[in-house]
Design a protein around this ligand. Structure first.
Ligand code: ZN
Ligand code: ZN
Length: 329
């Protein structure tokens, strides 16, 4: 069988010792086409499979009665990824409707597109799409803009926080980050979780830092909650409720807030930041929970009770405690 196949198609090369797999080129109407043939192990052409590109498949149309008798036609995976010419015509006409200036990137296969989208506040966003059978690029882009508009107020609130305060976490906030840890003072910060659906409402708040600094703020937050005004942003409300001015990039250096851990001397430990603080007002040294726990546990003078370890601050020797379980707010 293989001799017949090779005699008629000298550009086909057997790929295995059993000679059931061939790859190469076949000449049809003076043109060479890439072809892969899989012969059944039993021998013969019956049930053989032909992998070819769509151009050859197109030429074989009308010969299905011959081809189907012996082989079943299948496109090979690498050839299947090449779309028919209509795909490119559609892509071009849809880009023309949308505007070429919106195209930021297209991959080498012309499948994945990145489109520019600007919301009404002038924020730039990127939409990654593929051509869909039922909707045009223009429709997809419009839908995306509608979603952006629904989140516009949420980003207004966060942009105001980001540009007027020192954000300790996340290090580089993305548009999908709803949490911000805002510096209030040395080793004192507030973590807020803004609801994208109700961005002006009182967010979930958690004050972090030494007890002597955090307690008065927590009391103010509880006492002044009724002052929360839905017409102003989260930042203004936090200022009014906590009765503080947040240190801003215009007035303070960030280094005064992102203090490293007093045990490992780094700021970030995996994803944790130093959020355990010595309560002695003159010390106020921050530690990672894991570092402080390991440190205290190793000291013979420390004692453990349930999930708490009681010991001395490595810096000022005043009593300090740490929870064993992950820190929860
Ligand atoms: Zn540490
Ligand atoms: Zn201390």
């Amino acid at each position: 069988m293989d001799s017949v196949l090779l005699r008629d198609n000298p550009l086909l090369v057997p790929l295995n010792r059993d000679k059931t797999l061939y790859d190469g080129f076949i000449t049809v109407q003076d043109r060479d086409f890439r072809l892969r043939v899989l012969l059944p192990a039993a021998g013969g052409l019956k049930g053989a499979r032909l992998h070819c590109c769509w151009q050859l498949k197109h030429l074989l149309q009308g010969y299905e009665h011959v081809v189907k008798q012996e082989v079943c036609l299948k496109s090979c995976p690498e050839c299947r990824s090449i779309p028919p010419p209509q795909y490119y015509s559609r892509l071009i006409s849809e880009m023309e409707t949308l505007g070429w200036s919106r195209l930021l990137f297209i991959d080498t296969e012309f499948r994945t597109l990145r489109l520019k989208a600007e919301d009404s506040s002038g924020r730039q966003h990127v939409l990654t799409v593929k051509l869909k059978p039922k909707s045009t690029l223009d429709q997809l882009h419009r839908q995306f803009l509608l979603i952006l508009e629904s989140l516009s107020e949420f980003w207004d609130v966060l942009d105001q926080i980001d540009s007027n305060t020192w954000i300790l976490e996340p290090e580089k906030p993305s548009r999908s980050d709803t949490m911000r840890r805002i510096a209030i003072g040395t080793n004192v910060s507030i973590k807020v979780e803004v609801d994208p659906k109700h961005p002006r409402m009182l967010p979930e708040c958690c004050l972090l830092g030494a007890e002597h600094a955090v307690t008065p703020l927590r009391n103010k937050l509880n006492a002044n909650m009724h002052l929360w005004n839905l017409d102003s942003g989260v930042l203004h409300n936090l200022r009014d409720v906590l009765e503080i001015e947040f240190p801003s990039p215009a007035t303070h250096e960030k280094s005064s807030f992102s203090t490293e851990c007093g045990i490992c001397y780094s700021y970030r430990l995996e994803s944790a930041v130093p959020d355990q603080v010595c309560n002695e007002p003159r010390c106020g040294q921050p530690f990672h929970q894991a570092c402080l726990y390991e440190w205290l546990r190793a000291l013979p003078s420390s004692r453990q009770s349930f999930y708490m370890v009681f010991g001395e601050c490595p810096y000022c020797s005043k009593p300090i405690t740490v929870k064993m379980a992950p820190q929860q707010c």
